[in-house]
Design a protein around this ligand. Sequence first.
Ligand code: NAD
Length: 292
Amino acid sequence: MKLIDGKATSAQIKEEIAIEVKNLKKKGLKTPHLAAVLVGTDGASMTYVNSKVKACEKVGFNSTLIDLPEDTTEEQLLHEIDLLNKDADIDGFIVQLPLPKQIDEQKVLMAVDPNKDVDGFHPTNVGKMTLEIPTFLPATPFGIMELLERYEIETSGKNVVVIGRSHIVGRPMSILMSQKRKAGDATVTLAHSRTKNLKELTLQADIVVVALGVAEFLTGDMVKEGVTIIDVGITRLPDATKKRGYRLAGDVDFESVSKKAGYITPVPGGVGPMTIAMLLKNTLLAVTKNFS
Ligand code: NAD
């Protein structure tokens, strides 16, 4: 079994980005500037946004955090987005999800200028991704594609099962891996909560991407020898032995699955750190337009 080290790979990508930023500055070009909008005080969201802002500093980007109260109205948030769309110094921005219930998430994502949509959630960018037109890819799937590429995991003609059909992970993963591209050309099955014969499907899979949000869901008896496992799940499980009172668990029962896997991503230290690195990559792409 070989561990796919997302922490080390993301550190390498950040170093590559930092070099590009230095080069941009040397040429007298603009310093990339990412803004993040946070509405409310959800613990996990605050942690994610803070890590994103910190990561910006590390690679030499400028960053702005717009911290809005829980009772922000949809109109107020749309106004903030309008300001960011018009601000020439901001290259890209994200609105941290989930949003409080008084705000229509879809309306907000639609309001983001597609050219600054470094999360890749705007329908224009989802459409471009689907049609294989170079654009911002959603950060988590982008990170997984990067891991598969950098670890030279063969995907062409392989059976891939993606578990979970969310708009931010499962669905784009299934689209990307079925495309004619690096880490693509696979035969993809997208499984979800209504899938009846999941174990039958996963036992056939060469690669399983697990993104359903149920801790330790995929077990060793569900996979074949040599399988590649990409574990996207992050669940906080109560753990009194930890100072913070919880531990992070993936969607994969690492203990049993790692015994059969050829490659596997750990949680933490697998897909999670890649998501932030690829958000930075998208922000750099917003400046350079150097989409490959
Ligand atoms: P989601 O919560 O929006 O949707 C879950 C999906 O799983 C649904 O499509 C549902 O049909 C499917 N599902 C639920 N139960 C199932 C079952 N028993 N069998 C098969 N499919 C089932 O999903 P999400 O937003 O993609 O999040 C999934 C997990 O990934 C969560 O733990 C989340 O925290 C994590 N996540 C991690 C990162 C990262 O950077 N590592 C990024 C995004 C999400």
